[in-house]
Design a protein around this ligand. Structure first.
Ligand SMILES: [Zn+2]
Length: 266
């Protein structure tokens, strides 16, 4: 093998390790943030028996595989979500770099993913989008727009205002027409975050894709739980789908056919 190939493989391995370590931290965020626990202290422990994890059991993905998905102490199964989040974050890091190179834009795409993944999982579990993720995310997205070449700070600023404004309008209309909360304030903040990273055009596109994803997810549940009837208190949050729509829009923004969309002619 030539040295260039070996160097590339070493860089890829490092990025995968870096990404999976971030994913490991995201697991901690998802588990502790909604319960108001510190994300820094103590170190990771088994959710079932509270035994602290040994350093080598805590290695992203590999630790789970070596333990065959069970706690070393109490043998309780460990949720498959932990290694899945670690692997997904590693893949997001590597694909950002393979696609966009070692650039500010690749970093911004990865940070976007790192904000959306825990926010989505927490919303899925608890039906809340934590301000501790959305507010800093809006600030970081706006800050990054000053150093990115694919968006200006004006685009980002308008994205924040439009994102928040549109959903606020939907929310007020929903309340006026249906007399109940159609959309949470968390979704408004999440759309502002999308606007900060993507600009207003792509943030509106995120609502469109998010609605499609949400519908695809809801149809089997609605069929299973009976037509038109009660959903048994089964609450489907919009946040994870809006975030998914945001990721689709972010990827689209960097592809050539983006420029054929009616609003992107300028
Ligand atoms: Zn245990």
């Amino acid at each position: 093998m030539d040295t260039r190939l070996i160097a590339d493989l070493v860089v890829c391995a490092f990025i995968l390790f870096f990404g999976s370590s971030i994913g490991s931290f995201l697991n901690v965020v998802v588990y502790r943030l909604p319960n108001d626990l510190s994300v820094v202290f103590p170190s990771s422990f088994c959710p079932a028996c509270q035994t602290p994890l040994r350093a080598y059991d805590n290695i992203p993905v590999l630790g789970y595989l070596l333990l065959r998905g069970k706690c070393r102490n109490c043998r309780e199964p460990i949720s498959f979500r932990y290694p899945a989040v670690e692997a997904a974050t590693a893949i997001a890091a590597l694909s950002s770099v393979l696609w966009l190179g070692i650039t500010v834009e690749a970093g911004a795409l990865f940070i976007f993913f790192v904000l959306l993944l825990p926010a989505s999982l927490i919303d899925f579990d608890y039906q809340i989008l934590p301000n501790k993720i959305t507010y800093p995310g809006i600030v970081v997205g706006f800050g990054l727009s000053f150093v990115r070449s694919d968006i200006t700070w004006i685009d980002s600023g308008i994205g924040i205002l439009v994102g928040a404004g549109v959903l606020m309008a939907i929310r007020i209309l929903g309340q006026a027409i249906f007399k109940k909360e159609a959309m949470g304030l968390g979704d408004v903040k999440l759309l502002a975050l999308l606007g900060a990273f993507l600009g207003w055009e792509a943030s509106l596109l995120s609502i469109f894709f998010g609605s499609i994803l949400g519908t695809l997810y809801s149809i089997p549940i609605l069929i299973k739980e009976g037509r038109g009837g009660e959903r048994g208190g089964h609450m489907i949050p919009f946040g994870p789908f809006l975030a998914g729509g945001g990721l689709i829009s972010a990827v689209m923004m960097k592809t050539i056919w983006w420029y054929y969309l009616p609003f992107a002619w300028s």
